[in-house]
Write a protein that binds this ligand. Sequence first.
Ligand code: SAM
Length: 247
Amino acid sequence: MKTIHLSPRLQMVADMVAQQKKNGWLVDVGTDHAYLPAWLLQEHREQFAYIIATDLRRGPLDRARQTAREAGCGEDIDFRLCDGLAAVDPREADIIVIAGMGGETIVHILKSACWAPDWWLGDGPMEDKVLVLQPMSSMPELRDWLQRSGFRIEEERLAKEGETLYTALLVRAGEMAPLRPAELWAGKNTGAPLRGEWLDQWIARTGRALEGMARARGEETASRRWALEEVRSGLVEMKKEWEQWQR
Ligand SMILES: C[S@@+](CC[C@H](N)C(=O)[O-])C[C@H]1O[C@@H](n2cnc3c(N)ncnc32)[C@H](O)[C@@H]1O
């Protein structure tokens, strides 16, 4: 039997899933190689009552089946070919993982599956449901959509692979204090050891974006530049707070 080893990014996601309630029904959306469900079954089999792995494309789903067979859990994962959660009944999911995808795709999946708090409130105890989201891009847009759509980001973690930093969000239905512009970009991962580096990265990125806008003219550009300057100064402030907190 092949032992599954996860990359730091996927390990972060797996650890967030593993800390959830026992006996849950898990859906891994966009599973690709199915490394996540296979690792969870190898390490925490007793914790999951049922695991569904979905993917939009047949190729990744075939790879997923192969991983599961090699890892000795081929019979324990229910593979479904679909867009996001389209072939998953809401009652089949306590924990929903959407990892390794752009923030816009994650929003599309959540929106089109009607996994909104309204539904959670109407059909079962919403506090039992959890989303673990690991966006690769469009993070401000994702956080903004979550807060406008009745979701609460409970925790954010960071992981590093090579020089690249990744974030993962633990989300439930519910209200949260509105995120400030800089928090929409960098999140509220205040306890993460990599936060200093993470903030540096966003400060540098917003700085480059502002440089790129420097020569552009027009009212729209001016308001975009103003908004980005606000984000950048918020990030710089967050970095200072982080440094003080480290002393
Ligand atoms: C980069 S892989 C990420 C795999 C794994 N979740 C991870 O984090 O390592 C993205 C996978 O999501 C799948 N995917 C993209 N859009 C999807 C959608 N709307 N619904 C289901 N799967 C999707 C792709 O086919 C691909 O297999």
